[in-house]
Each structure stands twice: as structure tokens, then as C-alpha cells.
Design a protein around this ligand. Sequence first.
Ligand SMILES: [Zn+2]
Length: 562
Amino acid sequence: MTASSALRLLALALLASCGGAESNSTAPARVPDRALAAIDTATLMSHIRVLAADSLEGRGPGTRGEERTVRYLESQFKAIGLKPGNPDGSYIQRVPLVGITPQGSPVLQFAKGGKQQTLRWRDDFVAWTKHVAPEASLDRSEIVFVGYGVEAPEFNWDDYKGLDVSGKTLLMLVNDPPLADSTQFGGKAMTYYGRWTYKYEQGMKHHAAGVLIIHETGPAGYPFAVVQGKTGEQFDLVTQDKNLGRSSIEGWITLDRTQALLALAGQDFAALKARAATREFKPVPLDVSASLTIRNGLRTIDSRNVVAKLEGSDAKLKDEYVVYTAHWDHFGIGTPVQGDSIYNGALDNASGTAGLLTLAKAFAALPKPPRRSILFLSVTAEEQGLLGSQYYSVAPLYPLAKTLAAINMDGLDVAGKTKDLVVVGLGASELDDYARAAAAEQGRVLVPDAEPEKGFYYRSDHFNFAKQGVPAFDPESGVDVLGKPAGYGMQKREEYTANDYHKPSDQIKPDWDLSGAVDDLRLFLTMGYRVAEAARFPEWRPGNEFRATREAQLKQPGPPSP
Ligand SMILES: [Zn+2]
């Protein structure tokens, strides 16, 4: 192709993507000053002071702290003048949770012919059942090695090759297939196919009786000790089928025991792993069976998402939504550290919740709401596994096909103004274009997350929207702090992770400077405002793992309009 014909094509493509005469969807529509000015450090700090106070008892789901937190959020949304976000006329979406605790020390048994191997709880394997039932079992379930257990049509990858694995126990490798080609599976960055949660979802999809993930410290990103932490109570949503659609048993097995298991099967781990890194890989039945029974201790908790709405100004478009999310929950009252048992979660996530309330105030200050509606969703039980946002994403109050974008806040900048904004998953969707334009107007830049191999994109509430197809934006505080020496921002961040993260000492600190958070929130306001005004929906970039889900979702005929 000649340069000039390439240019012509590019011009045509640009015209097409702008909808002809319509303005470019990311072209600056100025946010009125009155709304921008509504975001200030005093408003932010006043909310953080309330939310992080000892009187809210660390905002544990199902506790008196929840009661007080929910009451505060509801009263603030009302005072700001926002409508109830639930079509039932309330500000509440109920989120039924169950706490499941494996009892005793179950034993996992492998058998082939007359030969047996017995694996010890915690030392050799960790497993649980998400079934809301007194017990769940594997009863001589045949084990099949399925490589990485991945089905990724956009990478032309299928580890199952049509094999029926219902009732079997799937043995899987963790992380993405490691390919030399950096255009496949995100290169160095982890895609969702690499996350352990995906592996268990694959078990459910294929009606497997069990899923055992092989623990390798490198690809997992953490030692087996972290997995051993999952032997206590785990929370989950109470789905209609009481999670009986999931595999009976989900768990992890050590590399040592995997090697022993494969030796029993007459196979070799290194050889199987090498084959699993190729498209030609086919599942390998091991002709070994697995047996295990797990008994559960159960308790149920009724928790709540809090949701408010600013109705759009366009009669036709007001049924479409831009959603802002921030989790209100933290760990409540727990094991004391240096005599303090209240896990205040000031940064995580009183700050993001204060940001949500402040954004709500800013939107309410607009002389005229944007064409589409804005939803402010404060979700519960993020710390227990993103459960409040998961509940919303499977039981949305408004159709996800009419939800343009989700913008999440989990921890705001407290180190002062920054030159940059860190975007986890930068490059995932066109929301980056909105963010980049808004940042440029502030004289700032977007930078990618420094550790994409750790899969942070899959670890906060926006992810549940992404998984269901909705483009979702995951910003983090910038690290290039104005007026400070290079490395100051990273140092502050590392200090927080080492000293305060998920500890009672996550409290308001005397040196907090919220001026950078104000910049960030104004940027999020500008983004959301423009998406809510735009000519068309933002899209995932080609090659993104959620793009196909979104395309299918937007094709589905919606419910008939009344
Ligand atoms: Zn958090």
C-alpha cells in the first residue's frame, strides 16, 4: 500500500469512528467550573474523617460498623440531592453473603490400580468447596491434565480440544501459557486467563467435579504459604443454586506432590508443561482417580451495596449509565496489632469512598446533568473477594449492555500533586483516550502500572464489570510527585504497603496531602462527564480478553421498551 492510500484509509477510518458529522467522542466538552470547584480537599477530608473514625469500627460487612457506614453514605447521597439508585426506590442493594469454613483436616487420595498416594491438608494441598452445603466430595474422580486450562478464541487457543471432562478432576497450570511471542496473552502482563479464579470458572463451565491448580512460586507470583492462608473462612455470594453449579472441590496442590502424582501416572511434569505451552496441546487423562470429602461450617451475612443516581438530561439516553465504584468495606475489628484492633482502612478505602461522595457532589453541582445517567455505587465485601461488585455485575440494577463504563477508586493519592496518573491495564480500552485527554488538560500524563505481571487489573471492583464486558478503568495514584525528589512517590507507596496495608495502622496521617487526589477526581469527573455525553460507547481495544463478551452483549436484543 502506498503512503497516500494508507493516509486516505486512515482518514476514512477516523471519519467512520467519529460517526461522520458527530464530534469526536473524546473531543473536550468542558466540564463547567462549578462542578470542578465542588471537588476540594476539605470535602474529601471531612468524609474520610467520618469513614475512618474508630466509631465506624473498621466497616466490617455484617457488623455494627456496616450499619453506621451505610447510614452515613445514604444520608450523604440524600443531602447531595441524588436519587435512590435502586429502581425499588431505595439507596440499597442487598448482597447475601455466606462464610464457608472447611472443618478438620481432610485427606486427598490419589489411586491407580492398587497403588495409592495420600496427601496431607495444608502441607501438600489446600482445597475448599464453594457449595453452600454441609459437605462436598470427589469420589474416585478421574484426573485429567488440561495444561493451562485456557480457551481464548482471540489467541486461537483451546486446551480442551472438545474433550468431555464433566465429572473429572482437572489438573491445571497457573498463569498464562508462556509464549515467546509478546503479542500473545499480553506478553509480560498477565491476562485474565492466567488468574486462578479463571481456572476455577473453567471447571464450572466444563462441569468438572474438581479443579486442582499446580502451585509454582514463579508463575503464581507468591509462595505456597499464601495459598495455605486459604484454609480458613472464605466468603462468597449466595447464588440461586447455592453454588452447586461450581465444581465440588477447588484447590491447589504443591509442585512436589504434582510431580509424584505424574510419576504415578507414568508421566513427566517438565515434558507435560512444555507441551502445554503449545497450541497443539491436548488434554492428558492420567488414569489416576482423586477422592476427597470436605465438611463445611456455614454462616450467612446480609450485606449491602449503597447506590445513588444522577438522572441524565436526555429523555432517550438517560437509560444509559456511567458507573463510578468504590468499596466502602474494610476488615472491621480483628487481631490487635500494637494494642489496636480497629482496622480503620483510611486509605483503603475510606479515601475512595470519600472520593465517590465528592464526585457525586460535583455532578450534582452541574448546571445541567450530562445526557446519560451517572451511577454512584459503593460496594461491600471487596476485601473478601470483590463480592459486592460481583453481585452487582451478575444482578445489575440497570442492564450492563446500557452501561458505558465503570471507573473505580480504591485508595486515593495522599502524597500530593503528581505529574502522572498510573493506569492499571493501560491500553485495555478507549477509556484511556478520555483519561489521556483530561490528564493533558491538567498538564499531566498517564503511565502504566509497573508490575503488569502481577495481574492487579483483576484485583479490584472494576474487574467484575470488565469480566461481564463493560469497559472498566482502574486508576492508581501517580508516583511522580511534584516538588519532591525522584523516587519519593514509590517510596511512599512502598512504606504504605510495608507498614499500613491491611493493618490497624491504615489511619489518617498528619502528612497527608490531598491536593493530588483533587486533581485525580477532577480528571475522573471530566472522563465520566464526557463518556456520558459522547456520540458512542467506548470500546475495548482489539485483542483485549473482554472484547468478545462486550460485542456479544451489545448484540443481544434488550428487553422490549414499554
Ligand atoms: Zn481496597
